[in-house]
Design a protein around this ligand. Structure first.
Ligand SMILES: *Cc1c(COP(=O)(O)O)cnc(C)c1O
Length: 407
């Protein structure tokens, strides 16, 4: 008899986006002529930069000719891309990362979900609340939690993000082995300072713990005081793995290219306390279970690091940041407390009522779709997330509608 991994039965069905879709569809069928503006999505809307498209085309053309055709490439990614990333994203900021510590992949979702395979089944895990659900669900699937009781999994340590702490959780008071952090944060848009991040690195070093640092939104950081990589913090090479993605940085959500940085100094321990290289383990995992990103996509990704590509991808991010600034300014003027939207595409708003209540009001009165914060964890109740991923015209129109409904 073929049996299932029963840990899957513990997963709470993800009602969030299905629920949103159902309510939006119901509204649209009752109001067929009303134009709905969607500010709920975490997906980019603008096309790929010109130089990326040119390199993508050139890569495809190379595949059409015997002399330049390529079959399987290195699983970890082509050197031309790994070297560019190490130099441009890390060394240029004083972060000591070498090309062979960069693993190219087809997504930060996959990598943040797969990395847990390297760790023991009985480690103690700290996850933020509110949270990007991938970190939690992949550990549930792997059997590292108990049941979901009242919206929280037994056995996990929840790091509470609240208005009082500015959605930068306090250090855990109990000892933990694995810590998930994401800054700039999805869903709250909160950013972490160098000093705050250093307290986490110091905590990890003192506790022989490991930080999984999701920096998918680093390109949205404009404040030069904020760290763009955890490796800007002294000592992080020993205790942190960083996840990056071109998805939000350069419009690659449908094209797929991300990378994970595993420094060679990063160690984890066996039952006898002997250290083992996580770089070697991730390399083993990656080469066994992954066969590399499509060559034209890697060529397209390399174009992001050319002078023209940098200007064009920055313009893309600037477009979304301008939207975020409008959303934040409007909501603040309407009397709502906001986090994010300054170095992040997300504005996290205290709705002063239930998350779903606020969602329904915006949908029914303004035909604007947001994301209810409660969908990201218990601490998200009472908040909504408005995303800047849309055209300027749509964002402006959405804000005009909100103003007439909320003032
Ligand atoms: C969008 C996003 C990613 C990127 O995922 P990809 O699989 O690279 O598209 C990673 N982490 C967070 C928190 C995100 O919101």
């Amino acid at each position: 008899m073929i049996r299932i991994n029963e840990h899957y039965l513990k997963l709470k069905a993800s009602y969030l986006f299905a629920d949103i879709a159902r309510r939006v569809a119901a509204y649209q069928s009752a109001n067929p002529d009303r134009k709905i503006i969607r500010l709920g999505i975490g997906d980019v809307t603008e096309p790929l930069p010109e130089s990326v498209i040119a390199a993508f085309h050139a890569g495809v053309d190379e595949m059409a000719v015997a002399g330049t055709f390529r079959g399987y490439g290195p699983e970890q990614g082509y050197d031309f891309l790994r070297e560019l990333i190490a130099r441009e994203d890390f060394q240029s900021r004083g972060a000591d990362i070498s090309a062979d510590e960069v693993f190219i992949s087809d997504g930060a979702k996959c990598d943040t979900g797969n990395i847990q395979e390297l760790f023991a089944g009985d480690i103690r895990i700290a996850v933020p609340d509110p949270v990007y659900p991938v970190y939690v669900d992949t550990n549930v699937m792997a059997g590292r939690t108990g049941q979901n009781v009242g919206g929280r999994y037994e056995g996990l340590v929840y790091l509470e993000g609240t208005k009082a702490n500015g959605f930068i959780p306090a250090l855990p008071t109990e000892s933990v082995d694995l810590i998930y952090l994401c800054y700039p944060n999805n869903p709250t848009g909160a950013t972490i300072t160098r000093d705050q991040l250093k307290t986490w690195v110091d905590f990890a070093r003192a506790n022989k713990a490991l930080i999984l640092f999701d920096a998918a939104y680093e390109a949205f950081i404009r404040d030069p005081q904020l760290p763009r990589s955890i490796y800007e913090i002294e000592g992080a090479r020993e205790v942190a793995i960083e996840f990056r993605s071109l998805s939000k940085t350069a419009g690659f959500t449908g094209t797929r290219l991300a990378f994970t940085v595993v420094p060679k100094d990063c160690m984890a321990f066996d039952a006898h306390g002997n250290p083992h290289s996580l770089h070697a383990m991730w390399n083993r995992r990656h080469t066994t279970k992954f066969n590399g990103v499509c060559y034209p996509v890697q060529k397209a990704a390399a174009a992001v690091y050319t002078p023209a590509g940098k200007i064009q991808s920055k313009a893309l991010v600037d477009h979304y940041l301008a939207n975020a600034a409008i959303i934040r300014a409007e909501m603040t003027a309407l009397g709502f407390d906001c986090v994010g939207g300054e170095n992040s595409p997300y504005v996290w708003i205290d709705g002063k009522m239930g998350s779903w209540e606020f969602f329904d009001m915006l949908l029914n009165k303004a035909a604007v779709v947001c994301t209810p914060g409660a969908g990201f964890g218990a601490c998200g109740e009472g908040f909504i997330r408005i995303s800047a991923f849309n055209s300027s015209a749509n964002v402006q129109e959405a804000m005009d509608r909100l103003r007439s409904v909320l003032k």
